[in-house]
Design a protein around this ligand. Structure first.
Ligand SMILES: N[C@@H](CCC(=O)N[C@@H](CS)C(=O)NCC(=O)O)C(=O)O
Length: 203
């Protein structure tokens, strides 16, 4: 049994989705970033955290990688060339797609107002540039690692959706189709329904 400490509206969704894809049971402890409870399980105070038999593991990318290795699902085995390429796709997502979204978010509503800079147009440009690169990586698809759906697709699809929904940054036709393909997987639907129920129960 796994417990996600976080909120379905943030990067916790990546972990929820991965756990559903793997057929693992999980529950959610709704906790905000930088609260006393979050700081008790993660020195950085950031969400999400996964409790594994009560032991915390932080960072959505580290968590889904850990789960994939542990359950031998949604990943190529460590030490293979395919795994190195999968890891490169994950790192690309963090650097280029998430970097643009996170910088825009921090400067739009996270940082104190007097610390914000008007960088959003630069972030939009970076997101657009990243999409051109991602289109080449995706090739014929259907997934970034070809025929095999992996954690890289969860992270990339989630981040494409983040840019599109939060900032109305348009997706290219090819990447909109890729994102829709990923996000119509039953495991994501199940994860979102479970997250909604957790939020309703807490309201
Ligand atoms: N690389 C981390 C980033 C975590 C992160 O920044 N989470 C956000 C919520 S989605 C947060 O806790 N923000 C509050 C803060 O940075 O203080 C991950 O993927 O888990």
């Amino acid at each position: 049994m796994y417990t996600i400490v976080g909120n379905p509206r943030n990067r916790s969704l990546r972990v929820m989705w991965a756990l559903e894809e793997m057929g693992q049971d999980w529950s959610m402890e709704l906790v905000g970033p930088q609260t006393e409870r979050m700081l008790a399980v993660n020195a950085t105070g950031k969400a999400p955290v996964l409790l594994v038999d009560g032991e915390p593991v932080a960072d959505s990318v580290a968590i889904v990688t850990f789960l994939a290795d542990r359950h031998g699902a949604l990943t190529f085995p460590a030490g293979t060339l395919e795994r190195a390429r999968q890891d490169a796709a994950v790192q690309f997502c963090v650097d280029e797609l998430e970097g643009a979204c996170w910088t825009a978010a921090k400067n739009e509503f996270i940082h104190p107002e007097d610390k914000r800079s008007p960088v959003k147009p630069t972030c939009a440009y970076e997101f657009e540039l990243a999409q051109k690169r991602l289109e080449r990586m995706l090739g014929k698809g259907p997934w970034v690692m070809g025929e095999t759906f992996t954690i890289a697709d969860i992270l990339i699809a989630h981040t494409l959706s983040w840019g599109e929904r939060m900032f109305q940054w348009p997706l290219t036709e090819k990447l909109a189709a890729y994102k829709d393909r990923a996000m119509s997987r039953p495991a994501l639907g199940a994860a979102m329904a479970k997250g909604k129920a957790a939020m309703e129960a807490a309201a």
